[in-house]
Design a protein around this ligand. Structure first.
Ligand code: PMP
Length: 359
C-alpha cells in the first residue's frame, strides 16, 4: 500500500508509526487476550492507558496540577455550549473575538445561554487578519474572553496571545494544539477536538484551571458540568476508549520526536516551504491570510480563476495529493499540515505547485 499525501483538515493524517503500533496491538493489548475496544473501562489496563495519556499530555504541554485535564466527548462543538454554561457569571458579559466561522459558531451558542458580545472582529477583512490586541474592546468586567487560536478554514493563527488579563482567557485550540509550546498560565480554559493534532476524532481535550470549576452551578445537567468528569478522572461514564488509547500513542510519538519544541521547529519549516512556494510564484498563488497572521497548520491560497483552481486540484489528485480543496464556505485551496504530515510530503507539494505554475 502507498500512503496518501494526506492534507486533510481533520480528521487528518496520523503518524504512520502510531498506526503500525496500533495494528500490532489491534487483536490483543498486552497479554489481556482482547483488543483495547473490548476491555472494560474499569480494568487496570484501561486505567493505565487513561492515566498515562493524561500524564503525558500534562508533561508535553507543561500543565501544572492547578489545572484539570479532561477527556470528553461531543467535539469542540459541544464546548461552544459547555464553556458558557459553566463559566458565565451572573450579570457579566462573555466576550468573543471573531476570527472565522468557528468563533462565530462559539458566539452563537453563548448568546443562547446569556449575555455575549463581540470583543473584536476580523470579518470585514474577510478574516485575513487576527485583530491586534489594541483593537480588543477594553476588558475589565467580563465573565471571560474567548479566542480561536488557529482558524482552520481561513488559515490564520494568533501569534501574540493576550496575557495577564483581568478575566479568564478561553481558547479553542482544535487545530493548533501541541503544534507549539503553550503558556498555560495565560489561560483559564482551553479545548480541542483530537482529530487534527492529537489523534482520531471521538475525544475532546479540555484543560481548565481548577478554581474556575467553582463557577459551575448544581442546576447544570450532570454530563454538561465540568465537575463531573473532573471528579472522576474522566471516567464518570464510558469514555471513548479507542480514541484515548490512540491519543496516548500519538503523545508517545510526540515525545519520541523530542516534544513540542521539536514539533514547532518542524512545523515552522513545513509552513515556510509552502508559504515560499506561494510568495515566489509571481502572484500565481495568492495567500489568503495576511503575513503576520499566517497559520502554521492550514495554508490557504487561491489561484486566479475557478477553472485554474479546478485543474490544479484535479492534477494534484492524480499525483496522489488529497484534501487540498478549500473549505466549501471559502473555496480556493488549503493544505493542512498538522504535526503528523511528513516534511517530505510538504516538499513534494511545494515542488508540484512550482511545476504547475511554470506550466
Ligand atoms: N473549532 C475549530 C477551530 C475547528 O477547526 C473545528 C473543526 N474543524 C471545530 C471547532 C469543530 O470541531 P468538532 O467537529 O470536533 O465539533
Amino acid at each position: 500500500m502507498k500512503r496518501a499525501l494526506n492534507f486533510n483538515a481533520g480528521p487528518a493524517a496520523l503518524p504512520e508509526a502510531v498506526l503500525k503500533r496500533a495494528e500490532k496491538e489491534w487483536l490483543e493489548y498486552g497479554d489481556t487476550g482482547m483488543a483495547v475496544m473490548e476491555m472494560s473501562h474499569r480494568s487496570k489496563e484501561y486505567e493505565y492507558i487513561n492515566n498515562t495519556a493524561q500524564q503525558m499530555f500534562r508533561k508535553l504541554l507543561s500543565i501544572p496540577e492547578d489545572y484539570e485535564v479532561l477527556f470528553l466527548q461531543g467535539g469542540a462543538s459541544l464546548q461552544f455550549t459547555m464553556v458558557p454554561m459553566n463559566l458565565m457569571e451572573e450579570g457579566k458579559t462573555a466576550y468573543y473575538v471573531l476570527t472565522g466561522s468557528w468563533s462565530e459558531k462559539a458566539l452563537k451558542e453563548a448568546k443562547k445561554l446569556g449575555k455575549a458580545e463581540i470583543a473584536a472582529s476580523g470579518k470585514e477583512n474577510q478574516y485575513k487578519t487576527i485583530p491586534s490586541l489594541s483593537n480588543i474592546k477594553p476588558l475589565t468586567e467580563g465573565s471571560y474572553l474567548h479566542i480561536t487560536t488557529n482558524n482552520t478554514i481561513y488559515g490564520t493563527q494568533w501569534h501574540d496571545i493576550p496575557a495577564g488579563l483581568d478575566l479568564p482567557l478561553v481558547a479553542d485550540m482544535s487545530s493548533d494544539i501541541m503544534s507549539r509550546p503553550l503558556e498555560i498560565s495565560n489561560y483559564g480554559l482551553i479545548y480541542a477536538g483530537a482529530q487534527k493534532n492529537l489523534g482520531p476524532s471521538g475525544v475532546t481535550v479540555v484543560v481548565i484551571k481548577k478554581d474556575l470549576l467553582a463557577r459551575s452551578k448544581d442546576s447544570l445537567p450532570t454530563m454538561l458540568d465540568y465537575r463531573t468528569q473532573a471528579g472522576s478522572a474522566s471516567l464518570y461514564n464510558t469514555p471513548p476508549t479507542l480514541a484515548v488509547y490512540l491519543l496516548k500513542l500519538v503523545l508517545e510519538w510526540a515525545e519520541s520526536l523530542g516534544g513540542v519544541k521539536s514539533l514547532e521547529k518542524i512545523n515552522q519549516e513545513k509552513a515556510g516551504i509552502l508559504y515560499s512556494a506561494i510568495d515566489e510564484s509571481d502572484g500565481f498563488y495568492h495567500g489568503h491570510a495576511d503575513h503576520g497572521s499566517r497559520s502554521m497548520m492550514n495554508v490557504t491560497f487561491t489561484l486566479d480563476t475557478e477553472e485554474t483552481t479546478k485543474v490544479f486540484l484535479e492534477e494534484a489528485k492524480a499525483r496522489g495529493f488529497t484534501g487540498l480543496a478549500g473549505h466549501r464556505s471559502v473555496g480556493g485551496c488549503r493544505a493542512s499540515i498538522y504535526n503528523a504530515v511528513p516534511l517530505e510530503h510538504v516538499e513534494q507539494l511545494a515542488q508540484f505547485m512550482k511545476e504547475f505554475s511554470k506550466r
